[in-house]
Design a binder for this molecule. Structure first.
Ligand code: URA
Length: 259
């Protein structure tokens, strides 16, 4: 039997809720009330209906519907769910085509993104734009977002509690856009989405399953800025993007590898 991406995503949301419950969380954050199809989440996980969950009624009354990105953004509001909220200038939600076939997920906003409220607009963004252009695509064709929506101080990787607060919103964005392929840029994005500690160098280069959606981990554009435009890692990213283009049945532009 085949399962739709939504079914897989719901199964994963259910597992996520179970993890929360097992780690002692006895209520579902109200933000999840508008998630994917929460009635189905509860149907698959009846224990969440009992157990003194104060939000169960709300969750059961939410109709099954396709959530728009605007609704998810509105639901985030002036988010202070984790400590990053206190130091950010702007919440960086995401940008691009709400019906994109290809979606890129980065780690979290840096200084430029924090100032402008848009993901990947600094130096790493310029590198990402180069990758997108080399693929024969435009930035407006794809959707771009991050694991965490607020800038971690000194651009440190997001901490696990920050990821835990933000990832339900990322999953909702994925379920709203329903891309055919997700590219996880760098360690934080790949590890957070695939819930693993495997190094990016071991994960990249092959598709992984994210709730029924194919996910290709690859090196972060910032890493390419450090290693250079003709480095092995640069060509590894290009090899990964070739796989993505082939999967999407899009033309693969010629790129000559300099010696
Ligand atoms: N690095 C990221 O991971 N995301 C951004 O938006 C910018 C830099």
């Amino acid at each position: 039997m085949t399962h739709s991406p939504q079914t897989h995503l719901l199964a994963s949301l259910t597992a996520y809720l179970q993890d929360l419950q097992e780690s002692g969380v006895d209520g579902i954050p109200v933000e999840l009330a508008a998630a994917a199809t929460p009635a189905a989440v509860l149907q698959q996980n009846p224990s969440l209906k009992s157990g003194g969950n104060e939000h169960s009624e709300e969750l059961q009354s939410v109709p099954e519907k396709h959530e728009t990105l605007e609704q998810i953004r509105k639901n985030l509001g002036a988010c202070q769910r984790c400590k990053l909220g206190a130091t950010r200038k702007n919440l960086v939600f995401g940008v691009g085509n709400p019906n994109a076939r290809l979606l890129f997920v980065g780690e979290g906003p840096g200084a430029d993104e924090d100032t402008q409220g848009e993901p990947f607009v600094g130096d790493a963004g310029k590198m990402l734009n180069r990758i997108i252009a080399a693929m024969g695509l435009k930035r407006e064709d794809v959707y771009i977002c991050n694991v965490v929506k607020c800038r971690p101080p000194q651009n440190r990787p997001p901490e696990s509690d920050e990821v835990a607060s933000c990832i339900p919103f990322l999953l909702r964005q994925l379920n709203s856009v329903r891309p055919e392929v997700i590219v996880a840029l760098g360690t934080s994005a790949a590890q957070a989405l695939l819930q693993t500690k495997v190094p990016i160098s071991k994960m990249r280069g092959k598709f992984h399953d994210l709730h029924g959606m194919p996910l290709m981990p690859t090196y972060h554009p910032s890493y390419l800025l450090r290693t250079g435009g003709n480095s092995d890692s640069f060509w590894s990213v290009w090899d990964d993007m070739i796989q993505v283009l082939r999967f999407l049945q899009l033309p693969v532009p010629e790129k000559s590898r300099k010696k």
